[in-house]
Design a protein around this ligand. Structure first.
Ligand SMILES: [Mn+2]
Length: 183
């Protein structure tokens, strides 16, 4: 059985990278999915709390064995250079009877499902900084929001996927929303 910790849009916040370390310790996931926008704050955003991209990279690199990551629209070539894990364009993952597709979300999202979506159970992405658990055309679209820079009604959050159930949690580990993916 897998237990995936899904996190997005850290945007260089050392404060929330440290929070993430506590979450990793507490949740003890089998895998960590990072959905992009790891280091750079981005020209549309304010600086995040304790903005320190290179220290964030040091923390993430400690967990490289468990990390699967995709590139965000704020992630540049140099971000790959400081990361000891690969930044993919997208990740297709089959586990526990679920076909999952992860990308940053600026291309594929609930309003633009990828081709072949008929074979996808879960479409995971970040980018909007707003959490989401919503089904569309038989695909469960999930977004953990941003751990460091939530927008709209969202709070600082992450997701856990285990036992074919998706959980949205705040950084203190409280369950904010959950849904069984497939009976
Ligand atoms: Mn972002």
């Amino acid at each position: 059985m897998i237990k995936l910790l899904i996190v997005s849009d850290i945007h260089g916040s050392l404060y929330f990278a440290k929070k993430l370390e506590e979450i990793i310790e507490k949740e003890n996931p089998t895998g960590i999915i990072l959905l992009g926008d790891l280091y750079y704050h981005g020209p549309r955003n304010n600086l995040t709390e304790e903005y320190n991209p290179s220290e964030v990279a040091n923390i993430l690199n400690k967990h490289k064995e468990k990390i699967l990551a995709v590139k965000g629209n704020c992630d540049a070539e140099v971000d790959q250079m400081i990361s000891e894990f690969k930044l993919e364009n997208s990740i297709s993952l089959y586990a526990d009877g679920l076909n999952m597709f992860f990308s940053h979300g600026h291309k594929f999202n609930i309003d633009n499902l990828p081709s072949g979506y008929e074979n996808i159970d879960v479409l995971g992405y970040g980018h909007t900084h707003q959490s989401l658990i919503e089904e569309k055309n038989g695909v469960l679209c999930i977004n953990p929001g941003s751990i460091s820079l939530p927008k709209g009604n969202s709070t600082n959050s992450y997701m856990i996927l285990e036992n074919k159930t998706i959980y949205l949690k705040n950084v203190d580990g409280e369950v904010l929303n959950k849904k069984v993916i497939k009976e």
